[in-house]
Write a protein that binds this ligand. Sequence first.
Ligand code: ZN
Ligand code: MG
Length: 390
Amino acid sequence: MNRILTRASVFGCLLSISIAPVYAQENYKEISKEDITKVYRANGNFYAVPDYSVSFPPKKRPKNIIVMIGDGMGLAQVYAGMTANGGRLFLDNFKNVGFARTHSGDNYVTDSAAGGTALSTGVKTKNDVIGLDINYDTLQNVRELAQQRGKATGVLSTSAITHATPASFLAHRKSRSYYEDIALDITNSGVDVFIGGGYKHFTKRADDKDLTVDLKKKGYQVLRTIEEVAAVKDGKVAGLLAPEHTDRLEKRGNILPVATKTAIDILSKDKDGFFLMVEGSQIDWGGHQNNVPYIVEEMTDFDRAIGVALEFAAKNKETLIIVTADHETGGLAIANGNLKNGTVNGLFPTGGHTAIPVPVFSFGPGANRLTGFMENTDIANIVKEFLNRK
Ligand code: ZN
Ligand code: MG
């Protein structure tokens, strides 16, 4: 995705310069490009963040595990969101914090396929690879292990569900770009609830199959809108809310927090517990675009989904939530800001991913295990350990 978006934005700049040089200059006087993309202004428009102070016995093991991945979410992205919300995020409630190194099996700078696979399987693989090791041998992911242990499982994202991060918890393919093969893997995965975009990878395929027919045969409710998804109380759910990726926040609405609530309501009915992965997919795309408002919108939307999980976990007391990222994107530097009105000024040295370690926030029983400096693979290996122990 990064190359495509970077090229698209470079092309966009060239296009606007070559076609409309006069307008570009006039535009610059009225609204500078800096104002459009490098500054976010909340104008004091904040959402409330309650305190959830719950303590957990240090040796207690979680019954339910929720892994939440902010794609491209470094510490600066977190703090951009925090500043934009007047200094508060639901993430404030996570008192166990660490850092994860993200380098992949073949690259100092990971992509989302190798990053997702590290977080889902505990093994570093080559960039571009989904759920396979560097020799292309299949790796069991934590969702599959949870399923094997009798738990209900779910995967949610604001990208196509076939995109690298969710695919890492559902599929095993040599390349992240094999979307139709990934859709086939998802159809056969046994996952209870999946919600995201990617409808076309199930229905407009080179093999002419309509995988939604197969999904229905397997007992899934195949749904196309978040309203339909939100009305579901139990059973299997295939929420395919967009042909490919879901829109930016303004158009798509709060589908991620709503999907998170719905998925938790459904999955928590399983007496054996559940595993859920929730991705805030588009924080990464804001980074690729060097677009501060895009990052802030996606970061705070992701934080609201975190709030939904937190509200459940604080009451449930048997649920571990881990919030982390696959990598940082854009090398965002927060050059200035204002906590009173929620203004964030950002600068970027790159339109690609960076190698800087990402934060790891955790809440719930077992959270004390996820502190300090770690490898991204340690996260999945600790999750596996929890799933393997009674
Ligand atoms: Zn990216
Ligand atoms: Mg992603």
